[in-house]
Design a protein around this ligand. Sequence first.
Ligand SMILES: [Zn+2]
Length: 101
Amino acid sequence: MFDKKPMCEICGKKEATHFTLERPDTTDNAVIKMEGKWRFVCQDEDGYNEFTHISIERFFKTPSATVDLMAHTHEKDWMNWDNFMDMIHRFRTATGSFFKS
Ligand SMILES: [Zn+2]
């Protein structure tokens, strides 16, 4: 799928399979939004819930899938886009995803 395999940001040993919001110690959405950190992780790492544990394969399966998942996530009031995009910048480096014309 990518030029380079992205390795899990938690264990560093297995290929990342999911974008996930690191499990916080609270269910308070305001706290999750401010303090939750998005990471790309392997299948061994737990996800907080189905909305914040997104299969990378599913996310990029088709252009429509990517658009739909981004729009769906944008509807969530707890979403911290700066934090998500910080992860995307690291994911770009980890996968060698730099556009070549
Ligand atoms: Zn891992």
